[in-house]
Write a protein that binds this ligand. Structure first.
Ligand code: ADP
Ligand code: ZN
Length: 726
């Protein structure tokens, strides 16, 4: 039996092994024993009923409260070649009839229904006409009034159970106290059910709590180190969401707001863009996330304090569902505690105040604890965390992994601030350090001070990263009264004296190694090509990109360079169906890439080995360009289109390298008006992708020209952008 289950896991889903408890749960369902499963979000609950559904003859009914989730699952199963259909109120009569026929004929193995639809006469008639093998209840805590999300419709499920006594029942939830668990079992008449309670430890989440000093600078510092990574930033208020989203857009990030105050269609659009990877960052209130199934969320930032440990856990749980490392950063400020405390005080009910107060206290304990973060977090869910060092939280990793020791450079910067009178912005300080001969320097006689020109070994954007780091670390204070002039704090003074050290990554190379941004040591250039292909296919089929393949799957392709269908099947997430559907499209890209790079066969022959990392082409191109070659020269030299060189340079920039802008200026060919339209479009839509900008401008401006403008804007940014302008 389990042999067959493993076969299905591999052939249909493309996975090599089961996750903890999945096998046991499948075995229970196959033996027709009721099961109550508590597993964290992303733990892999769906597979527990999907595999049995494929192993047995009859129909599996999946009860799910959210139509968006239903659609998502049905889409994903469709992509795997599994017959699954939904029945809910949003279907057209034709779709409804079609789906019903699929169930009758046995072509559909899984039927997804909302609880309120399940008791409809025609649905019951449909179920009477087939063999109902398994009743799987998703979000089962909704049945209990003790849970945090009680839905009266769920109460009707008891009647369904009675009507089909021979069907095995499996209830799934991500949150359930013992009381709620008992309630679920009693309400669903499954007294004999076995409990399966998985660990709540999400090993791939890096947990970090940082004192909230300059949240904006801290956020930009984080985003700068995680360029291109998809993430969510949670804020307390709608107003904060709007402000931050606008601010990030101005900084060149593609970010959208999400909160209950926005019109429905705007919310829907923003969410959709985020899911489709067209928008990188979602800035949101806690209204966002429920029912979102995006597997490649690489970070979650809590710009403000969450409400309770439960909500914190649920919110960070949206990161890293594909199992790859993801980073969770909580900005913890005492002011936030007071703010929440105030709201608690306003609650009319004494009991409510007490409970909310306890929640807040637990959260403060979590944030202020200086041992492993996992222990108190898991203790909250009744789980004891035994490991001494988890290696995946800020308190457990050694300072070395927090970045390199950048105290020397920090001292240079701080003493330059001191010597210029603690009143200039970062841009000027950097000019002094790098020995610029600007008017402002000469006017102030700053070319005569001892720190003049001592910092030439770092590029301008590296000094900027350092300045942001120092602001974020609370060593420098930006005085708004004095137009962003920098002053040195107590902590800054301690660093200057050598009493304190600073860790961080300011060099581009160091920034590349940060958690989250690069899931694996794959070939970035190839990964990008595969990602583009995935987007294209997803758009064609009108599904989110991860339905085609997950990031992890692409990442493996980009490090193992599979050569044929055989080796493609070895890749995580590639089963027979996806292979036949998408395999060739991706193999073609990989083959072309190998030819172009002269990557030999030996990589493919040894699939288990990670392919050696060559210097990616975009780095070679970027370096040659900065050394003085023109874009035209490079295109001729490599025998590729100008567009390709532009893309290479964009990747180079995105990796955090500086790019000289004088080689781009001669290529700016639009008149003032159209140039401005392009700039505005990038401003609105972010610079990550050209397609939205191309479309915004009605396709009137070629991709090549857009590529030029994008480079110009971004290269310009690293030249003149200063933390003083934060
Ligand atoms: P949940 O419903 O518990 O939140 P899902 O069932 O959506 O989680 O699973 C989360 C992700 O993990 C999905 O992308 C799923 O395909 C993947 N997954 C589940 N089981 C396995 C497994 N055994 N091996 C690899 N990936 C898995
Ligand atoms: Zn730890």
């Amino acid at each position: 039996m389990l042999q067959r289950a493993r076969g299905i896991l591999k052939d249909v889903f493309g996975y090599d092994g089961f996750r903890p408890l999945q096998e046991e749960i499948i075995a229970a369902i196959m033996a027709r024993n009721d099961a109550l499963v508590v597993m964290p979000t992303g733990g892999g609950k769906s597979l527990c009923y999907q595999v049995p559904a494929l192993m047995s003859e009859g129909l599996a009914v999946v009860v799910s409260p959210l139509i968006s989730l239903m659609k998502d699952q049905v889409d994903q199963l469709g992509a795997l070649g599994v017959g699954a259909v939904p029945l809910n109120s949003t279907l057209s009569p034709e779709e409804y009839a079609h789906n019903t026929a699929m169930v009758r004929s046995g072509a559909a193995r899984l039927l997804y229904v909302a609880p309120e639809s399940l008791m409809k006469r025609e649905v019951l008639a449909l179920l009477d006409s087939v063999r109902l093998e398994c009743l799987a209840i998703d979000e089962a805590h909704c049945i209990s009034e003790w849970g945090h999300d009680f839905r009266p419709e769920y109460r009707q499920l008891a009647a369904v159970r009675k009507r089909y006594p021979s069907a095995v029942c499996a209830a799934f939830t991500a949150t359930a106290t013992e009381r709620v668990r008992d309630d679920i079992k009693r309400s669903l008449l499954m007294d004999g059910a076995a409990d399966f309670i998985a660990s709540f430890n999400r090993e791939n989440l890096f947990l970090e709590v940082s004192p909230k000093r300059e949240p904006l600078a801290q956020t930009l510092d984080f985003l700068g180190k995680n360029r291109g990574a998809s993430g969510i930033i949670y804020c307390f208020s709608r107003n904060q969401v709007d402000l931050l989203a606008a601010r990030l857009s101005r900084e060149g990030y593609s970010a959208r707001p999400y909160h209950a105050g926005l019109p429905d269609e705007v919310r829907r659009e923003n969410q959709e863009l985020f899911i489709r990877d067209e928008v990188q960052v979602m800035v949101a209130t806690i209204a966002f996330g429920m029912g979102i199934h995006k597997t490649n969320v690489r970070f979650v930032i809590h710009f403000d304090l969450p409400k309770s440990i439960e909500s914190y856990y649920q919110e960070i749980g949206r990161a890293g569902r594909d199992g790859l490392p993801a980073h969770c950063l909580l900005l913890y400020g005492y002011g936030d505690t007071r703010k929440i405390g105030y709201f608690i005080e306003q609650k009319p009910d004494e009991m409510e105040r007490r409970v909310a107060g306890l929640h807040l206290e637990a959260l403060v304990r979590y944030a202020e604890n200086d041992g492993c973060r996992r222990a108190p977090l898991l203790a909250h869910f009744g789980e004891q965390y035994a490991a001494e060092n988890c290696g995946m939280c800020d308190n457990c990793v050694s300072p070395r992994e927090k970045g390199e020791d950048i105290s020397t450079q920090a001292r240079m910067f701080l003493s330059c601030v001191a010597r210029t009178g603690r009143r200039f912005g970062a841009e000027h300080i950097i000019d002094v350090l790098r020995g610029s001969e600007s008017r402002k320097i000469l006017d102030n006689d700053h070319h005569r001070i001892s720190t003049y020109g001592i910092g030439k070994e770092l590029a301008k954007n590296e000094w900027q990263a350092l300045a942001r780091r120092l602001i974020a670390a609370g060593a420098l204070f930006r005085d708004p009264e004095r137009h962003g002039g920098l002053d040195i704090t107590e902590k800054g003074a301690a660093i200057m004296r050598g009493d304190e050290t600073v860790f961080g990554s300011i060099r581009a190379a160091a920034a590349r190694g940060t958690v989250g941004a690069r899931p694996a040591d794959h070939d970035e250039a190839l990964f990008e090509l595969l990602r583009a292909k995935r987007k294209e296919l997803a758009a064609l089929e009108n599904v989110p990109p991860y339905v085609v393949f997950s990031d992890k799957t692409l990442s493996e392709m980009a490090s193992r360079y599979p050569r044929g269908r055989e080796s493609m099947l070895d890749i995580h997430g590639v089963g027979a169906r996806k292979l036949s559907r998408y395999g060739d499209a991706f193999l073609e890209i990989i083959a072309a890439y190998r030819r172009e790079k002269g990557i030999g066969d030996q990589c493919a022959e040894a699939p288990a080995r990670r392919g050696p990392l060559k210097t990616p082409r975009f780095v070679t191109v970027g370096e040659a360009y900065n050394a003085g070659k023109s874009i035209g020269d490079l295109a001729a030299e490599y025998g590729v289109k100008t567009q390709t060189i532009l893309n290479n340079l964009f990747s180079y920039l995105r990796e955090g390298h500086p790019l000289r802008s004088d080689g781009i200026i001669p290529l700016l060919s639009l008149d003032a008006e159209r140039g401005e339209a392009v700039v505005r479009a990038f401003d609105d839509l972010g610079a990550e992708y050209l397609k939205p900008v191309f479309e915004r401008l009605n396709g009137e401006i070629s991709y090549e020209i857009l590529g030029v403008y994008r480079l110009y804007l971004l290269a310009g940014k690293t030249e003149s952008d200063s933390p003083a302008a934060l």
